[in-house]
Design a protein around this ligand. Structure first.
Ligand code: TRP
Length: 340
């Protein structure tokens, strides 16, 4: 008799557009490491979603599946505990998306604040790919196909969870019973990490990121170039801590919070230079990323193992998502060829 797994189900995903960076680490990877111990965790390599705004470079989206998988393994996502799977290899997700599209209006999709913002950022103007406008529906399919109870995400993803839950309620009403559960967002306590320029959130496309796979020299260079307080010209000048990226990162990565508070007071008073602060942050990030980089290199030497992880994970995810699809179709009273 198989023991029924009653652990709450968690689903997260990452678009496979490039290797992951420190923003991903504080925003979600760290919490996934904790969640995998007492949740049933599914992690989606969201290549199909990545295509919605990278249709001109599908090769890049494909190649980065391996990069992101290596990042997962390097930080300690354990394939024995978490299921790592490839979105585009799970056809049930597409089928659910097609069904769900009938329970969402175009105007509702156009109101999604995150999508609205992304349309501006990407300069689509009037030429919005239909797949892009609809990706929140596909994400609802991701979330519900696994029957996720918890979705750990950044704040920008809240509208996606809301949209997903709306679809769930609409569908359950249609079916006359609760076929799909609603999901709850789990927002990281750290909030989003700014990029090294301090101007926007860390992202590869903004060129302000530190990759988890960064070399020691790349880390040092990023810390050197980090935005501090432009008015803090001499060491003796009082400096500003708010908006000072070096302090934001020290808050996020340096475990010794008391010492950081003392450094902040010292910086505000004057007499503490940026160079000393940056040295401390550099040490801290080198210590964090060194072992991750080494483990990543080890896994990179075993591509067959990584492929096995993806095949096994996608196989398990396939069973779960196909089952949900069957349940939804039959709950809606749709036609099926299979005999009962
Ligand atoms: N939209 C998410 C992002 O851009 C990635 C993603 C795809 C996702 N499917 C998901 C996140 C399902 C949570 C659950 O980061």
């Amino acid at each position: 008799m198989p023991i029924i797994d009653t652990r709450p189900i968690v689903l997260t995903g990452d678009r496979t557009t490039g290797p992951l960076h420190l923003g991903h680490y504080v925003g979600s990877l760290k919490s996934r490491l904790v969640l995998q111990d007492d949740h049933r965790q599914f992690i989606l390599l969201a290549d199909a979603q990545a295509l919605t705004d990278n249709a001109d470079d599908p090769g890049r989206v494909g190649r980065n599946i391996m990069e992101v998988a290596l990042d997962y393994l390097a930080v300690g996502i354990d394939p024995e505990k978490s299921v790592i799977c490839v979105q585009s290899c799970l056809p049930a997700l597409c089928e659910l998306t097609m069904l769900f599209l009938n329970y969402v209006t175009v105007s509702r999709l156009e109101r999604n604040p995150t999508v609205k913002q992304e349309i501006v950022q990407r300069g689509f103007q009037r030429d919005i790919p239909a797949g892009f406008l609809c990706y929140p529906v596909a994400q609802a399919a991701d979330i519900t196909a696994f029957k996720a109870a918890v979705v750990p995400v950044g704040e920008d993803q809240l509208p996606m969870i809301e949209q997903s839950n709306e679809i769930v309620r609409r569908l359950n009403r249609q079916a006359g019973r609760e076929v799909l559960p609603e999901a709850r967002a789990l927002i990281s306590s750290v909030g989003r990490l700014p990029g090294i320029d301090g101007r926007s959130k860390m992202s590869k496309s903004a060129g302000n990121a530190i990759a988890l796979s960064a070399t020691p020299a790349q880390i040092a260079e990023a810390v050197q170039g980090m935005f501090t307080d432009p008015d803090h010209l001499r060491v003796s000048d009082p400096g500003r801590v708010e908006g000072n990226v070096v302090f934001t990162y020290l808050d996020a990565f340096d475990e010794n919070h008391d010492e950081i508070e003392e450094l902040k007071a010292h910086y505000r008073r004057g007499g503490l230079g940026d160079a000393a602060l940056k040295r401390r942050l550099d040490d801290c990030l080198q210590a964090l990323l060194g072992p991750i980089r080494e483990r990543r290199a080890e896994f990179a030497r075993r591509p067959d193992f990584v492929m096995d992880v993806l095949r096994a994970g996608t196989g398990r995810a396939s069973k779960v998502t196909e089952t949900t699809l069957d349940e939804v179709k039959s709950a809606l009273g749709m036609f099926g060829l299979r005999q009962a």
